[in-house]
Ligand binder design. Structure first.
Ligand code: DQA
Length: 146
């Protein structure tokens, strides 16, 4: 099984960025943890972070026929990007939306997600641990489906 972890804008700053909200764990540490967990599950995990919307869209397109499931923290694009929604739906690859913070308890503009209604599920509010929970949820879903 091959899975893809996508991170959108500003998530490269994790660890330094608003630590009261997002915690002190860096993206590199999160990716390392997820990769070692994936190894123990016999799963190949690819990781990609970019601050550019089009680069996320292209990476999603490149996943066709290669990736069975996507974990995505689209950052602020969650609340703005129809292009990202269309890319995910266009590939038909199941995805889990995730956030470190509980977006529903924050500003009104973070309450809407363009990705949520078509996701397998959503994990939001557990800090860096949201990534692990989202990965476990996606694996559970794919193993049941296959
Ligand atoms: C975030 C929540 C978004 O609203 C915000 O724009 C981010 C991070 C999170 O992980 O909590 O960049 O996706």
């Amino acid at each position: 099984m091959r899975l893809l972890l996508l991170n959108g804008p500003n998530l490269n700053l994790l660890g330094q960025r608003e630590p009261g909200l997002y915690g002190s764990t860096s993206l590199e540490e999160i990716e390392k943890d997820l990769k070692s967990f994936s190894d123990t599950e016999g799963i190949q995990l690819e990781c990609f972070q970019t601050n550019f919307e089009g680069a996320l869209v292209e990476r999603i397109h490149q996943s066709i026929g290669k990736i069975e499931g996507i974990l995505i923290n689209a950052g602020a694009y969650t609340h703005s990007s129809i292009a990202l929604r269309d890319a995910l739906l266009g590939t038909g690859i199941p995805y889990v939306e995730l956030h470190l913070s509980n977006t529903s308890s924050r500003e009104q503009f973070r309450h809407h997600s363009y990705l949520a209604d078509k996701a397998v599920g959503i994990v939001s509010g557990f800090g860096a641990y949201s990534y692990r929970l989202a990965l476990e949820g996606l694996i559970f879903y794919l193993r049941q489906a296959n």
